[in-house]
Unconditional design. Structure first.
Length: 574
């Protein structure tokens, strides 16, 4: 039990003693919330427990605060002060930081890994972009935040499974095949007309008089041209003689495999992997969409109107009813989503977390309505919305790729700023706030770049370890350390910051807020750089030297652990 847990328990015990001795009236005691005050003069910890319990104890907050102070029994507390309407500030004895650091060192490589919390199985579904083209920067933010959230939840003791939902059915796949077909025929026509320009752009191809129109709902991405060019290199004109239906089926198979492989390759390069890749087409093949709609119809939740079948989602809180089977008998995308979420709950997850783009905001109510109608608890479905990303380079907004004149892809972003910078920048702001991504700053090797600043702290720690090894200085066993020799303000600040880490992870996991981890890591690096500049390790008293070595080791582990959650590397040299 760390110092905060001990102090929280002591506060609750003190309140109960006051109730038992008649100082306070009986009532329900709330959980004790302890915060680190923003200014050192207000103590090491503060709580608003007295104000939280005022209503249940039918007593003024300051009277409750006084009762807690009078009855508190905690060996680590040096003094207490009551402030304002009933805050209690706690000042701890100097040796409490030594005990805290000893506990951190005893935990070793497990520090930051919280015990299993028994809250059941959690599924996190994220990215889930259509397999019709490369991932762009919007998908990139979802990939970084989603994978970091999975890492965070696992570190915080959750049983987590990650999933990518492949939208490989419906019109988007037909549009993919039609797009490749058009580009294939256009390129072959250009070869007949004298050759394909080496630097051909989408705009140029669209404007060339090939006589072959591009489909109205086709995909204009440059990658479609590249797919068609690869088909020509491998198969030549082999597919021209085929009936269009057969040719489209071939192109769909080729393009789908290529696009999905490209998605997986880019995500893996970005440090993102999934436990499950779930195919939408598998729901169609197993007739699960019709089955889900029939289930709702038998419950009286689906009715017919104008030849179509409608889900009465307004009965479950949506703003209007939704079509699930069109008048031509074809199921809608929403019907597939109903079947998919039914499948999720039937797999036994206790909590389902979906990360969607902000443009899906209006979709939440209808999906939750369907979950309720299916007989599941919609409160167990959690939808987190990711706001848009704006890229900046040298102070100017970047909208288009230098190479293709189109949207910046994840691959291009990785090539320009690197995986570490991209992942950290995507994670450093709350997911529900718009992110302004400064690509110029992300590539700077300066303290202004938070990624460089944090990684440099870790590299410094590794450099210290190498210097100690060269000097023949070995770390001593934990029970031989004199950790109470650490009394400098920079040392104590580092120890206190390290002590916040487990609770920070627990809170960040509860709030689904990976940006808290990014902020913490930057703050820890800042305190370490201050320590490094003020506190020597070589050439000081042996007991102090060993204590500082132990402190540096603990900081190094915690930075690595936190960066690991964010999917950012911790280099040993820079």
């Amino acid at each position: 039990m760390d110092i905060k847990d001990l102090l929280a328990a002591a506060i609750k015990d003190a309140a109960q003693k006051a109730i038992d001795n008649g100082t306070l009236k009986p009532g329900t005691l709330p959980e004790v919330m302890l915060e680190v005050p923003p200014q050192k003069e207000f103590g090491d910890f503060a709580t608003n427990f007295a104000m939280q319990s005022a209503r249940s104890l039918h007593c003024a907050p300051r009277q409750i605060a006084q009762a807690v102070v009078d009855n508190l029994d905690c060996a680590s507390v040096d003094k207490m002060e009551i402030a304002g309407p009933g805050f209690i500030n706690f000042y701890l004895k100097q040796n409490w930081t030594a005990d805290l650091l000893a506990g951190i060192l005893a935990a070793g490589e497990n520090y930051g890994n919280l015990p299993a919390n028994g809250l059941g199985r959690v599924q996190v579904e994220y990215v889930s972009a259509n397999p019709t083209g490369p991932l762009h920067v919007g998908h990139a933010r979802g990939a970084a935040v989603g994978s970091a959230m999975v890492n965070l939840l696992r570190a915080a003791g959750y049983d987590v499974e990650s999933e990518y939902y492949i939208n490989d059915a419906g019109n988007q796949m037909n549009n993919l095949a039609n797009s490749v077909n058009a580009r294939y025929l256009q390129l072959l026509k250009l070869e007949e007309m004298g050759g394909v320009p080496a630097d051909l752009t989408v705009k140029q191809l669209d404007e060339m008089p090939t006589g072959i129109p591009f489909p109205e709902n086709g995909y204009h991405g440059y990658d479609i041209i590249e797919t068609a060019q690869r088909i020509i290199r491998i198969y030549g004109k082999e597919f021209v003689a085929l009936e269009e239906k057969e040719r489209l089926a071939k192109f769909l198979e080729i393009a789908y495999k290529e696009k999905l492989a490209g998605l997986k390759e880019d995500l893996e390069a970005f440090g993102v992997t999934f436990d499950v890749w779930f195919s939408e087409q598998s729901l169609h093949d197993a007739d699960k969409i019709r089955e889900a709609c029939k289930f709702l119809e038998e419950k009286g939740c689906v009715y017919e109107k104008d030849g179509a079948k409608w889900f009465n989602s307004t009965a479950y809180g949506d703003d209007k009813d939704r079509v699930v089977i069109r008048d031509n008998g074809v199921s809608t995308y929403f019907a597939a989503d109903i079947a998919y979420h039914r499948n999720k709950f039937e797999r036994g997850f206790d909590r389902i977390i979906n990360l969607w783009g902000a443009d899906h905001h209006g979709y939440i109510a209808r999906v939750k309505a369907a979950v309720n109608a299916l007989g599941f608890d919609a409160d167990k479905l959690e939808v987190l919305l990711l706001q848009m990303v704006r890229l900046y380079r040298n102070g100017d907004i970047v909208k288009l790729s230098k190479r293709t004149g189109e949207t910046i892809t994840l691959r291009e972003l990785m090539d320009e700023v690197g995986v570490d910078a991209a992942r950290y920048f995507f994670c450093m702001r709350s997911l529900d706030s718009q992110l302004d991504f400064d690509m110029t700053l992300a590539t700077e090797k300066s303290n202004e770049n938070p990624v460089y600043y944090i990684q440099y702290a870790h590299a410094r720690i590794c450099s210290i370890a190498r210097q100690l090894a060269e000097a023949g200085i070995e770390a001593v066993a934990l029970d031989e350390l004199k950790l109470d020799t650490l009394q400098a303000p920079e040392e104590l600040a580092l120890v206190k910051k390290l002590g916040e880490y487990p609770e920070l992870l627990a809170r960040a996991a509860r709030e689904r807020a990976v940006h808290h981890v990014a902020t913490y890591t930057y703050e820890l690096a800042t305190l370490f750089h201050s320590f490094y500049n003020q506190c020597r390790i070589l050439g000081v008293d042996t007991d102090l030297q060993q204590a500082r070595i132990a402190l540096v080791k603990a900081v190094g582990h915690t930075i690595r652990h936190a960066l690991g959650i964010l999917g950012v590397s911790a280099p040993e040299r820079m």
